[in-house]
Design a protein. Structure first.
Length: 96
């Protein structure tokens, strides 16, 4: 079953965010995944926790965690923290 990584971000430094975004996409090279939602959102109701949402689908939990723990993505995390306030969620599925 697929697993999903979702990030909701409130960017406060667009230059640093561009660096994070570039490194984030580099970290996906060679990884089986699909970016389902990339950045923009349209608020329909309520107060948003951020201005951007990214959702990435991976084939399973192991693939999602391999990417998240990869050297390339670990390099990107401090960039994300410097550029935006984020909520970063891994939605694990039951792979039975």
């Amino acid at each position: 079953m697929a697993s999903y990584v979702m990030s909701v971000m409130q960017k406060h430094d667009l230059e640093k965010y561009a660096e994070y975004s570039a490194q984030g996409f580099v970290s996906l090279n060679g990884i089986e995944c699909e970016v389902i939602v990339g950045e923009g959102i349209e608020l329909l109701e309520g107060a948003p926790p951020g201005s951007s949402v990214v959702i990435i689908r991976f084939p399973d939990n192991d693939a999602a965690m391999r990417w998240y723990r990869s050297e390339a993505y670990q390099k990107a995390i401090p960039m994300r923290h410097a550029a935006a306030d984020t909520a970063f969620v891994l939605h694990f599925t039951d792979n039975e």
